[in-house]
Design a protein around this ligand. Structure first.
Ligand code: TEU
Length: 515
């Protein structure tokens, strides 16, 4: 494993553990299942694996409701399975990132149980945000991300804050014990060989101690202020927390890394998380909110690189994750998704892949309502179908569900139409998405121009993106309705689809050498 600031251009593969591979037939993916498939990820050519939470959890929010941060949930395996996974990954040259959830715990966490038992005014309650209501009303007008008020009343009349589900009470990050506990947790997992930590809801930890209302407009709609003045998102005080976390990582050498999940509204706000003494990287989520449009994509790239380069941090590109509609569906076709990955992997910086995108999986939009498990489904009064459509278990092999994912019944049903998208079927097909990903990642590793660095836009027709990386590399993506000419004398390293003579067809991307 090449060590010099490996994280500046790493390609990291997100494993949504319960949907990756099941070893024991209970229909839920687990740690031994993942371990048995690490060879597939090494062959794919990624640098690291990020695992979503596998800690003890009642699984109200897929494990993002953590009951005990130091133990594996039996659903996913044993504590030894965690260590075996890290060992095996390292043996294969893969680094391992885990998911840390500092904004909230499960309501089953020992601290929250103690807080409920101890009652108003107790030191136990001070680790969370318990407040009196306003008459029968909650303390503020804050809303839960999952729908409904962000406060729930307990039997003695106090209310506690939860920016997500009621089973996910928010921790009080002004409390020294909370800070100490999470620094301990970082040391606990770094000492066990973990290479990095993804920080869940990194922008949410601190709340305005005055607990002001967000305010409603004349129609009674909550109109939150700009994120830079928001009472619970992206507050200045979070940066002090991350500066001390950076020091903790440094105790374990220069290679342990953080990636922040911070939903902020401008790249310059995101750049604050990755200043030199703070976190190493932060997801750039703008492609998740961007249409398949040349002007919009170019603007995202420019704004991102300008803001991040100003603080000396790399970009961290993302096309999909376990919270959003898969990009085959968002962008409208597999063909566009093939072009998109060549665009992403040619840009300066690192990238996160979400499991299944290398198979070209689309969002499953026709899951029967009876199987929907995401809390946003319940909390929205059954109006938002939630995030299950991107969490359907992977198709590995065979011609019918569960496609080698489990020997039992998968926790979410897979569509029969995925029989052509199994890893097994694609491994044998040079035109498949899996081959495109493997080839792109292998090319990226070998080509000195790719990865960290800078880029230059090249002149191009309308709705065509064309840029150069030094030395001797160019990427052209055709987002227009007709074919476009390729630069003369360039030799094609890789194309996302067949070329039309010397021309690049619509929704196709190409990597060129020698321009
Ligand atoms: O997601 C955070 C999240 O849900 C975002 O919606 C964000 O906080 C919001 O857009 C604010 O602008 C993470 C996990 O990825 C997700 O799976 C969990 O459900 C969530 O945190 C709670 O832990």
């Amino acid at each position: 494993m090449d060590s010099a600031k490996w994280w500046r251009d790493a390609v990291v593969y997100e494993v949504y553990v319960r949907s990756f591979a099941d070893s024991d037939g209970d229909g839920t993916g687990d740690l031994p299942g993942l371990r048995s498939r690490l060879g597939y990820l090494a062959d794919l050519g990624v640098d690291a694996v990020w695992t979503t939470p596998w800690y003890r959890s009642p699984m109200v929010d897929g494990g993002y409701d953590v009951e005990d941060h130091r133990r594996a949930d039996p659903l996913f395996g044993s504590d030894d399975d965690v260590l075996a996974l890290i060992d095996e990954a390292h043996r294969l040259g893969l680094r391992v990132l885990i998911d840390l959830v500092p904004n909230h715990t499960s309501d089953r966490h020992a601290w929250f149980r103690a807080a409920l038992a101890a009652g108003p005014g107790s030191p136990e309650r001070a680790r969370y945000h318990f407040r009196p209501g306003r008459g029968a009303q909650p303390p503020t007008d804050w809303r839960s991300v999952f729908g409904g008020p962000a406060w729930t009343r307990v039997a003695d009349g106090e209310w506690y804050l939860h920016l997500f589900a009621p089973e996910q009470p928010d921790l009080n990050w002004a409390h020294p014990e909370v800070r100490a506990e999470f620094e301990d947790l970082l040391r606990f997992w770094f000492a066990r060989g973990v290479d990095g930590v993804r920080i869940d809801v990194a922008h949410g930890l601190l709340k305005d101690p005055a607990f002001p209302d967000l305010g409603v407009d004349a129609e009674g709609i909550v109109r939150p202020p700009d994120r830079s003045r928001h009472p619970h998102w992206d507050r200045d005080g979070v940066h002090e927390i991350y500066r001390s976390w950076r020091q903790v990582a440094g105790e374990f050498g220069p290679d342990r890394v953080f990636v922040a999940e911070a939903w902020v509204d401008r790249p310059d706000r995101l750049a604050r998380y990755v200043r030199p003494d703070e976190l190493h990287t932060a997801f750039n989520f703008d492609f998740l909110r961007c249409a398949w449009d040349a002007g919009a994509l170019r603007e995202v790239v420019d704004r991102t690189l300008e803001a991040l380069h100003a603080v000396g941090a790399p970009a961290t590109w993302v096309l999909s994750n376990h919270d959003v509609v898969r990009h085959v569906t968002r962008f409208g076709s597999l063909r566009r998704a093939r072009a998109a990955v060549l665009l992403m992997l040619a840009l300066p910086g690192g990238a996160y892949l979400y499991q299944g995108e290398e198979l070209g999986l689309e969002e499953v939009e026709d899951l029967p309502e009876a199987v929907l498990a995401d809390p946003t489904w319940e909390r929205s009064g059954h109006t938002r179908r939630g995030r299950d459509g991107c969490r359907v278990p992977l198709p590995w092999s065979g011609t019918a569900p569960p496609f080698g994912f489990t020997s039992g019944a998968a926790w979410l049903p897979q569509p029969q139409r995925w029989l052509e998208l199994t890893a097994e079927a694609q491994a044998a097909d040079p035109d498949s998405m899996l081959w495109l990903y493997r080839t792109a990642l292998a090319t990226r590793r070998e080509h000195p121009a790719l990865g960290d660095g800078t880029m230059t836009w090249l002149p191009a027709p309308e709705d065509v993106l064309s840029f150069a990386r030094e030395p001797g590399f160019a990427c052209v993506v055709n987002l227009s309705a007709g074919p476009c000419a390729l630069p003369e004398g360039a030799s094609v390293l890789l194309a996302s689809g067949p070329l039309d003579g010397g021309r690049l067809p619509p929704d196709t991307a190409v990597w060129l050498a020698g321009s």
